[in-house]
Design a binder for this molecule. Structure first.
Ligand SMILES: [Zn+2]
Length: 250
């Protein structure tokens, strides 16, 4: 793995941290972080709010990396040669500033991936509104499966009823009419076969398994991703907090 999907189409600004710590500082997607590496003064500062940095790496939609030196006074080297702009590989040697501070491109890509994939902080808590639909979908599916099971049972009992009716008729009527009970038996056999066919082709078990898995994957706390159990949405709603990580639900 070199360039992650999350980085495609993004730009990473790279420079020195604007603080006495002077660490390597990167920014992507309006978020920024310092890497625990001390950077010499001849590397330009990274000021994301002003769009300023020593250099930037643009990641194209097909994963190509293009590094660009951002100021004439800056020095950026790729594999020993000074560049203004160049397509690079994560394994290329990139150095910044006159003292040629080497940066590890793969390390920067990994850190930037974390930056762009981390969910923005939500000081007021996490919304769980979407869980109402997740619960309703699961419940509707269960009702549908129960109805189908009921129909199948009904279908099973019809041939038994027909057979019993046939038996009663043959017991109480005379010879001429008795031969018609064969028709009733035939109908009973057809319904019996239809019921067997329906039962054999029924996918209720698989559908229930799939619906349960989907439910367990999605009916989770938006922060800690812990499954919230088979409790209806309005009960989860009443809890106010995640029972596992205690984050507030809004
Ligand atoms: Zn939680």
């Amino acid at each position: 793995m070199t360039v992650t999907e999350a980085l495609k189409g993004k730009t990473i600004l790279i420079g020195r941290e604007n603080s006495p710590l002077s660490r390597l500082f990167i920014s992507a997607d309006s978020k920024a972080m310092a890497l625990n590496l001390s950077v010499p003064k001849n590397v330009s500062r990274c000021l994301p709010a002003e769009g300023k940095a020593h250099c930037k790496i643009e990641i194209s939609h097909n994963g190509e990396l293009k590094i660009t030196n951002l100021k004439d006074e800056n020095r950026t080297y790729v594999n020993g040669n000074e560049i203004i702009s160049k397509i690079i590989k994560p394994t290329d040697t990139v150095e910044l500033g006159e003292s040629r501070f080497a940066i590890n491109i793969q390390q920067i890509l990994n850190a930037a991936t974390k930056l762009v994939t981390v969910a923005p902080p939500q000081p007021d808590g996490y919304s769980i509104k979407h869980l109402e639909n997740v619960w309703n979908d699961f419940e509707n599916k269960n009702i549908e499966l129960q109805k189908r099971a009921k129909h199948l049972n009904l279908l099973r009992s019809v041939p038994i009823a027909f057979t019993m009716i046939g038996g009663v008729i043959s017991a109480i009527v005379d010879e001429d009419i008795r031969k018609y009970t064969i028709i009733i038996t035939c109908i009973a056999v057809v319904i019996l076969l239809y019921g067997l066919y329906k039962a054999a082709t029924d996918k209720s078990i698989e559908e229930r398994q799939e619906a349960t898995k989907k439910f367990q994957d999605n009916y989770v706390c938006p922060k800690c991703r812990h499954f919230l159990g088979n409790q209806p949405y309005n009960i989860v709603r009443q809890n106010k907090n995640c029972p596992y990580c205690k984050v507030r639900f809004i």
